[in-house]
Design a protein around this ligand. Structure first.
Ligand SMILES: [Zn+2]
Length: 121
């Protein structure tokens, strides 16, 4: 599960990077061929990341990307608080995260939560 989540947060930063790239504007038409090639490369890279992520986790992630939390569906818990909505999560959520067996969602905003090893709670 831990590996899955680290892949998922990688996928998230990847997607965010791509989103930003598109938002900052596409290059002019003379570059369009280059861009297509780049898009293909990006798609391949994403494919690689997705490979290591389990189906249900990926589905949850994709679903959330389509909703209002699209910019960061995967967030760490720091000092006992979800870093998506900054609400404090319950002890049982923390325990569940420590156990690391299941996908844990924030009870307030529904984002996918993970714990960083370095963090103290
Ligand atoms: Zn939250």
């Amino acid at each position: 599960m831990k590996k899955q989540l680290s892949l998922l947060s990688k996928l998230q930063s990847f997607d965010r990077r791509v989103d930003t790239m598109y938002k900052t504007g596409l290059p002019g038409s003379d570059n369009s061929r280059k861009m297509t090639k780049k898009q293909r490369l990006l798609a391949d890279e994403r494919e690689d990341l997705i490979h290591g992520i389990s189906e249900p986790l990926l589905r949850t992630y994709e679903r959330m990307r389509g909703s209002n939390v699209r910019s960061n569906p995967v967030v760490p818990v720091i000092n006992g608080a979800c870093q998506g909505c900054y609400m404090v999560v319950t002890k049982s959520v923390i325990m569940e995260l420590r156990r690391g067996g299941n996908l844990v969602l924030c009870e307030h905003c529904g984002r996918i939560l993970f714990l960083n090893d370095a963090q103290t709670i």
